[in-house]
Design a protein around this ligand. Structure first.
Ligand SMILES: Nc1nc2c(ncn2[C@@H]2O[C@H](COP(=O)(O)OP(=O)(O)OP(=O)(O)O)[C@@H](O)[C@H]2O)c(=O)[nH]1
Length: 416
């Protein structure tokens, strides 16, 4: 586990920092009250995520411990009692992550939360699209200081191709005046494919035109920065854009997942299945769909109670996700689940679904009252022309026949 170093000589402030850090940070926390004590910890370990360091310590009155941490490559957040332009410029030039004024619990919470933010930034890939090498290098250095993964592009066309080929890019910082494709057109083209929940965009320009920011935002950017910008403004905008994108993404995930089982819900399923069906039909690729239903599920609820019934549903959802991990799986509601198999004919799907049916029949759900055995039936449909509703109806009719034929059976729809 990585470590976080927190150094503060005031017992009162250290107590607050300890309390907040222990509540918020899931890392090995190392506390010290002086440079001497901190350096002893620094030599013992090399795996530091970050350090929160008081600028003025009794045995390091001129920020010497900040230099110690930075020289070991540790992202460092500085605590200070006061700041003026000169001190701020000095600290920024040193390469600190940020400084925090010792104003009260909120500022200490900011410092602690910043450590968590740094840890998350390691998984956020940022593309810097800027034709000026100097400005590009400057932004890349600032972003790396906050532990972002960074890729770069020197014109709009290169930026577009990079984003289209790398789904991991979550933030684009783009200049407006670039060769081949300008920032406006770049954002405009990207927004056809990427919503604000999966790509945040910050526009940049040094132009005098005060309407540029509104124009960029109307074109789909989340935010805008005029050059030259301060290091602090840059980070405030970056953080805000990344965090609002993460919130949107979390909301979307909630809206698309089934509360009980955690797999995709009906909305998720219908949206993804419809898109996949259209794509396969346009490309004349086979696609089939299977509708699943637990047999006599009412008896499970009656015999063991609804909570155990819920555990069986969770077991089935997990098993489906494992077996059909390459396909689109969703819980439509109750004990009904559906899977879409792009690229598979109904015969191939039938083999796969029957393998799954046998697996469920031979296994059991491990529940709070012990093992519960159950079986499933499924109906399968394939069509080169039917829409999703038609395909689901057809699979539903096959499922009905499977139930009538005695359950624990897979049936293929007779007419597609
Ligand atoms: N525990 C639990 N039960 C649910 C949930 N949603 C639906 N059910 C129950 O699922 C059962 C469905 O029963 P029926 O439609 O009669 O079907 P069945 O008993 O599975 O019988 P067949 O489908 O004909 O094999 C009902 O008892 C519902 O109350 C849920 O989220 N949790």
């Amino acid at each position: 586990m990585q470590s976080v170093l927190i150094v503060e000589d005031s017992p009162m402030v250290l107590k607050i920092l300890k309390h907040l850090a222990q509540k918020t940070l899931n890392y090995n926390l190392v506390f010290a009250e002086s440079r001497h004590e901190a350096v002893k910890h620094l030599v013992k370990s090399s795996d530091w995520l970050a350090a929160i360091v008081d600028l003025n310590l009794p045995d390091a009155a001129n920020g010497e411990l900040v230099d110690d941490c930075l020289s070991q490559g540790i992202p460092t957040i500085v605590l200070t009692g006061s700041v003026d332009k000169e001190k701020r410029d000095h600290l920024t030039k040193k390469g600190i992550v940020d400084y925090v004024l010792k104003e009260g619990p909120f500022s200490y919470l900011y410092a602690v939360n910043l450590v968590n933010r740094l840890a998350q930034n390691r998984f956020v890939k940022v593309l810097v699209a800027e034709d000026s090498k100097v400005t590009r290098r400057y932004m890349i250095e600032l972003l790396r200081r906050h532990l972002f993964q960074v890729v770069e592009a020197e014109d709009g066309e290169q930026a577009l191709q990079t984003i289209l080929s790398d789904k991991e890019i979550k933030l684009l910082i783009t200049d407006n005046n670039m060769p081949k494709l300008d920032g406006f057109d770049l954002v405009h083209q990207l927004r056809h494919k990427h919503g604000k929940e999966d790509l945040a965009v910050i526009g940049l320009s040094s132009a005098e035109d005060k309407y540029l920011s509104a124009k960029f935002i109307k074109n789909g950017a989340n935010d805008f920065l005029y050059k030259p910008f301060s290091h602090e403004e840059f980070f405030c905008r970056v953080m805000q854009s990344v965090e609002s994108m993460e919130r949107l993404d979390a909301m979307k995930k909630l809206a698309y997942s089934d509360v009980l089982t955690g797999i995709g819900n009906r909305r998720y399923f219908v949206e993804h299945a419809r898109a996949s069906l259209e794509e396969c039909q346009n490309q004349a690729t086979p696609i089939s769909l299977a509708l699943f239903n637990i047999d006599h599920f009412r008896h499970v609820n009656e015999d063991y109670g609804d909570d155990v019934g819920d555990e069986v549903l969770i077991h089935l959802a997990k098993a489906m996700q494992e077996t059909f991990d390459r396909f689109i799986v969703g819980r439509l509601g109750g004990e009904e689940f559906c899977v879409v198999f792009p690229g598979l004919t109904d015969d191939k799907t039938s083999q796969l679904v029957d393998f799954f049916r046998t697996k469920i029949e031979e296994g059991y759900a491990e529940t709070t009252v012990g093992s519960v055995s159950y079986t499933v039936s499924a109906g399968i449909a394939q069509s080169a022309t039917l829409g999703l509703e038609g395909l689901m109806k057809s699979a539903g009719q096959a499922l009905f026949r499977a139930k009538e034929a005695g359950r624990n059976i897979v049936m293929i729809a007779s007419e597609n």
